[in-house]
Design a protein. Structure first.
Length: 725
């Protein structure tokens, strides 16, 4: 479940931040009590939009399979985090009302109903649409019964040589208690009869997770004609080898999802890494919260599993095989360009290209000339942000590098650059967030490697996750120290930078550099900064700064002055901000919200939100950037950064937004919103009842414009040389 493999970052919170946030919002009694949408059901609606992409016949086939896998992976995380949190609140007596004032038990019932519906729909799309289409395209997922004797002989050899040695059948009897079932593993339940005594017995067989989920049947077949058999089916048809002398009566596949949340009391521990490692070990033994079984499982076996795993009927999901369609990620890797999106090679921003022919790129010289607004993955992360840090590590004039690391890849050139810089004698500070969900172990490993190289590694402030995306380089130029800064909306992860849509600002602005210097001092030392000039920083200033600007737009609208609010983000739940947007709307401020995931705001409600529009765009890339734009009576204030409008972002994380000042950058982001909200652009729209409706076809049935495709084309066509100034 690491950040490299989850293609759609769900933005799920671990603890229920709404209950523990230090910010206390005083309810506005002038607004209706039912003005919020339930965040859990809103998240499920987001995953339904992912599923709709898997259902879309206009998308390339293996991309549809990819979206089905993403849906499954997302839902696993939802259960491990959000559903687990709801159950924990109920069991521990912390069952206070949710963000819409409902009892957690009622919300849990609604989640169960919707999740059952979506999982059944998900399985049906695979079995009835995608599976047959794969077969028509030459990719066959075969059953054992469909194989001829030659294929079976080959499969028997593969089983005996590559699979059988790693299998571990576990009996269940008075001498062998019911075994521990690890979370998200596929398992076979096996009922056997002793041929000597006639007694029936039960055994569990775990499908090894380190083996390919789909086994290639004949390696000699061309890539245009490939056949596979699910690993669990191959194992199931060789159970006689695992239980010699026993009669195999029945077998079924099942899968358990466990509570895999992690909690560390930072106030009660002296060593955060050691405490977290213990908690990661405990994570594996969290209580079950979902049991998925094949729909042909007999009542006796199901009863045994329900009893031993202590799950309720509501937590049992009966589905057609195969279970765990996240395994489709393996098939998506097949090299069939005709079944994938056309290949896209990110471009290098023109501002970073050398001015002279055959010259080497010089990031510092380019950034010194002008601020550069980067748009990934249309523009290359490798030749911009990565090149910036690698050049800083190698440059003898660079004295110090300071950087936050929330998630990064396992073979990160970013981390290697920091190590090189430290080993060459530079001052290097890395603020590693080791509590980044499902990347904790990766980040612990990198933190230790950095420390060994001489990097100053810190872990942020007690009780707060460091989620901001910041890098600061201090360079000596002609006897003067100069700051070069990068503030982004996404992680310093070269792999996800090719999949996530993000923005980043490279700037040599002295004020931004001073702001980042103060912020890094606050994160690594004991400084408490009260003011920043170009940044809005959570938890002290961000919500207040945004509310102030929303109120300014409200006042301007009432005074008849130009006003407008445009926000792009992953999720919006914060009640104070939502209510401020409601008041702005009814004062006449046009409000556009571009929301990928959770939306707790009801748009288009007369007398409440009649001037608010909400759109969502999902596609080839994960829309991940955050933009906050305010018309400000003709003097726009526009910010980009790492924060969503959720309690955990505003109250329990270090987040940073930077204000953009270049008129060209402001214009390009304004044009981006214009396109996202254009009626000719494919998108989902949200109504006041919380229903998302997809608009992807014109009245004549033609596909509407794909925003990401258009940006990809336009940015790739930009001149590769020359500068604006």
């Amino acid at each position: 479940m690491d950040g490299e493999n989850i293609l759609l970052d769900t933005g799920l919170g671990s603890d229920f931040d709404d209950d523990f946030a230090p910010f206390v919002y005083e309810n506005d009694p002038s607004l209706p009590a039912d003005r919020y949408l339930d965040r859990e059901l809103s998240w499920l609606a987001f995953n339904q939009r992912v599923l709709e992409l898997g259902e879309d016949p206009d998308l390339p086939l293996l991309e549809r399979a990819n979206f089905l896998a993403i849906f499954a992976s997302n839902l696993d995380e939802f259960f491990m985090v959000r559903v687990a949190g709801l159950k924990r609140r109920i069991l521990t007596g912390l069952a206070v009302p949710t963000n819409v004032g409902r009892a957690p038990l009622d919300v849990l019932a609604d989640i169960s109903d919707k999740a059952h519906e979506l999982q059944a729909r998900h399985a049906a799309v695979y079995r009835e649409v995608v599976f047959p289409a794969l077969e028509e395209s030459g990719i066959t997922i075969a059953s054992w019964s469909s194989l001829d004797e030659g294929d079976r002989a080959q499969m028997r050899e593969i089983f005996s040589q590559q699979i059988f040695p790693v299998l571990m059948p576990l009996a269940v009897d008075p001498a062998h208690p019911f075994p521990y079932i690890s979370g998200l593993s596929l398992n076979l339940s096996v009922r056997v009869r002793n041929s000597r005594t006639g007694k029936e017995q039960f055994a569990r067989l775990k499908v090894p997770q380190m083996l390919p989920r789909f086994v290639r049947i004949d390696q000699r077949e061309s890539v245009e004609q490939m056949r596979f058999i699910p690993l669990e089916e191959l194992i199931a048809n060789h159970l006689g080898d695992l239980f010699p002398g026993m009669e195999i009566l029945d077998h079924h596949v099942f899968r358990v999802t466990r509570n895999e949340d992690v909690e560390v009391d930072e106030d009660e521990t002296e060593n955060l890494i050691q405490a977290l490692e213990k908690e990661l070990l405990r994570r594996r033994f969290g209580p079950p919260i979902r049991l998925e079984v094949t729909d042909d499982m007999d009542p006796v076996t199901l009863g045994l599993l329900v009893r031993e795993l202590d799950v309720t009927e509501q937590e049992v999901y009966r589905l057609p095989s195969p279970l765990d369609l996240g395994g489709l990620f393996d098939l998506v890797k097949i090299d069939r360009p005709d079944l994938h999106y056309p290949n896209h090679v990110p471009t290098t921003p023109a501002q970073l290209m050398p001015r002279e022919p055959n010259a080497q790129p010089d990031v510092f010289a380019s950034v010194a000339r002008q601020d550069i607004l980067l748009h990934h993955p249309y523009e290359s992360f490798a030749t911009s942000v990565q090149a910036f840090l690698e050049q800083a590590a190698a440059d003898p004039h660079v004295l110090a590098i300071k950087q936050t690391l929330y998630r990064t890849s396992g073979d990160s050139p970013i981390v290697e650059a920091l190590i090189d810089a430290a080993e060459s004698g530079k001052q290097v500070l890395a603020l590693v967030e080791i509590k980044a969900r499902f990347d904790e172990q990766n980040n612990i490993s990198w933190a230790r490697k950095l420390e060994k190289a001489g990097v100053h590694v810190v872990y942020g402030l007690v009780g707060l996750k460091t989620h901001c995306k910041l890098a600061l380089v201090v360079r000596q130029e002609k006897g003067v120290l100069k700051h070069y800064s990068h503030i982004g909306t996404g992680n310093y992860n070269p792999k996800t930078s090719r999949l996530y849509e993000d923005l980043g600002l490279l700037t040599a602005d002295d004020q931004v550099g001073k702001d980042l210097t103060r912020l890094f001092n606050e994160l690594s030392g004991y400084a408490i900064e009260k003011k920043f000039k170009r940044l809005l920083v959570a938890p002290l200033h961000l919500r207040k700064g945004l509310l102030k600007r929303i109120e300014t737009e409200t006042a301007n609208a009432k005074a008849g002055l130009p006003s407008g609010i445009r926000i792009k983000l992953n999720s919006i739940v914060d009640e104070a901000v939502i209510d401020a947007l409601y008041r702005a709307s009814e004062a006449g401020v046009p409000v556009d919200l571009w929301v990928r995931g959770i939306c707790g705001l009801r748009p288009g409600e007369p007398g409440l939100s009649s001037n608010i529009r909400v759109r969502s765009i999902l596609g080839r890339y994960l829309e991940h950037s955050r933009i906050f734009s305010f018309a400000n009576n003709g003097d726009p204030q526009v910010f980009i950064g790492s924060a969503d409008l959720m309690h955990r972002n505003l109250d329990r994380r270090i987040e940073a937004l930077v204000r953009l000042t270049d008129p060209v950058h402001l214009g390009s982001l304004d044009a981006l919103f214009d396109r996202a909200f254009d009626e000719g652009t494919s998108a989902w729209s949200l109504d006041a009842e919380g229903v998302w409706t997809r608009h992807h076809l014109s009245d004549s049935g033609q596909p509407l414009e794909d925003l990401q495709n258009r940006l990809m084309h336009e940015i790739s066509q930009r001149p590769r040389t020359g500068h604006r100034r």
